[in-house]
Unconditional design. Structure first.
Length: 138
């Protein structure tokens, strides 16, 4: 399956995501801070990255992480998880090639797995075809 990075500072939520993704056969790594997530991305190719919008435990912002990821040339599929109004987050990530903005409060496991697989498949196809863009916010 896919190699997935989760940037999430809530241990209970990251444990839930990890469980769901591993049960579906994905390889998962969790980072609680943006610096640890960026180090992981620099060292390991990921098919998809799930990024929490707000990281209150560390005082960091997942959208800034995504912008930094793109500035450094990383083009994998990114899924932004937000507990806020999703369309507000979509406006903030405009131009950052985010594959999908998802409501993390009401996430359904089947939907999450489908979105991760879509983002991962996009990454694989992009790598095969050499396309420089990583998807669209939708």
């Amino acid at each position: 399956m896919s190699r997935v990075l989760i940037l999430e500072d809530d241990n209970r939520y990251s444990s839930l995501l990890t469980y769901l993704l591993k049960e579906a056969g994905h390889e998962v790594l969790v980072a609680e801070r943006t610096d640890a997530a960026m180090n992981a991305v620099e060292e390991t190719p990921f098919d998809a990255v799930l990024v929490d919008q707000w990281l209150p435990e560390s005082g960091e912002d997942g959208i800034h992480f995504i912008a930094d990821l793109r500035r450094r040339g990383h083009r994998m599929g990114v899924v932004l998880l937000t507990a806020l109004i999703p369309y507000d987050a979509e406006e903030r990530v405009n131009g950052l090639d985010v594959w999908k903005v998802m409501d993390k409060v009401n996430v359904e496991s089947d939907h999450l797995l489908r979105v991760v697989e879509e983002a991962s498949e996009f990454t694989r196809l992009r790598d095969e075809n050499g396309s420089p863009s990583a998807g669209t916010s939708r």
